[in-house]
Design a protein around this ligand. Structure first.
Ligand code: ACO
Length: 217
């Protein structure tokens, strides 16, 4: 069964998601676009030391991979995947400005109805609930409009901040994937975390609001 609409879009794409208010500001998800090149490049180059320990190893050196001229091919590749219904590549906006990215990938329908989710936030915006808010928006969107049943993520055990974010939105640890991914130049163990719609019982954002970690806008 195909979930693609005649225009090539899939449910929930390409509309923005949110906003909600967290301590750092108003958080919203919106599709990546070609004119993000300068912002994306500036933040990724500035945050190299902050991001590289957690990101998959690539052949090209970091600065070459994150130059302004690298963005058009990255952006058009993920947007093409989005049009095919396999991905949701978002920018996390904080008070209307580029603050990071949240990506939903390997979107699978049929009897599996699952996807993975990942994110990064600019170092100057961390500690203010941005990742938690963005993740909650993304999860509600996937369980709601996309009608997915299971979301999963992988995280290095050493990534304390990200493990905290995943726990705050309700992800459960399911096991340790030994030497799972080549990250920062070596095969690294990763924790697999999962969440199914039955565990959400309503809305992830509503739970954050109830816990005093976010406000409706
Ligand atoms: N030890 C313990 N707790 C920490 C630490 C630390 N070293 N650093 C941060 N925290 C806590 C914060 O206090 C906060 O918890 P609290 O709300 O209970 O106080 C929590 O971790 C962070 O929550 P947020 O503020 O919602 O997250 P933030 O916007 O700061 O973004 C993120 C967190 C995304 C991990 C950011 O630090 C980042 O981009 N890191 C680099 C890239 C990365 O690791 N991406 C995630 C990869 S794994 C994945 O995508 C599934």
């Amino acid at each position: 069964m195909s979930f693609l609409r005649p225009g090539g879009a899939h449910p929930g794409w390409p509309e923005p998601v949110g906003p909600i208010k967290v301590a750092a500001g108003v958080v919203r998800l919106r599709p990546v676009r070609m004119r993000d090149a300068a912002q994306w490049s500036r933040l990724r180059v500035a945050d190299r030391e902050f991001l590289e320990p957690w990101e998959p190893t690539a052949e090209l050196e970091w600065n070459a991979r994150h130059g302004i001229s690298a963005w058009p091919s990255v952006c058009s590749a993920v947007r093409a995947e989005a049009r095919r219904g396999r991905m949701l590549p978002y920018v996390i906006e904080v008070d209307g400005r580029f603050g990071g990215q949240l990506t939903v990938g390997n979107v699978t329908h049929g009897a599996l109805r699952s996807a993975w989710i990942g994110y990064w936030v600019h170092s100057e915006l961390t500690g203010g609930g941005v990742a938690t808010g963005a993740l909650a928006l993304g999860l509600d969107h996937c369980f709601g409009v996309l009608r997915l049943h299971r979301m999963e993520a992988t995280v290095r055990p050493e990534n304390t901040a990200s493990r905290k974010v995943l726990a705050k939105v309700g992800f459960r640890e399911e096991g340790l994937l030994k030497r799972y991914l080549d990250v920062d130049g070596a095969w690294r163990d990763h924790l697999l975390v999962g969440l199914t719609v039955e565990e959400v019982r309503g809305s992830v954002v509503a739970r954050l609001v109830h816990a005093g970690r976010a406000r409706w806008v």
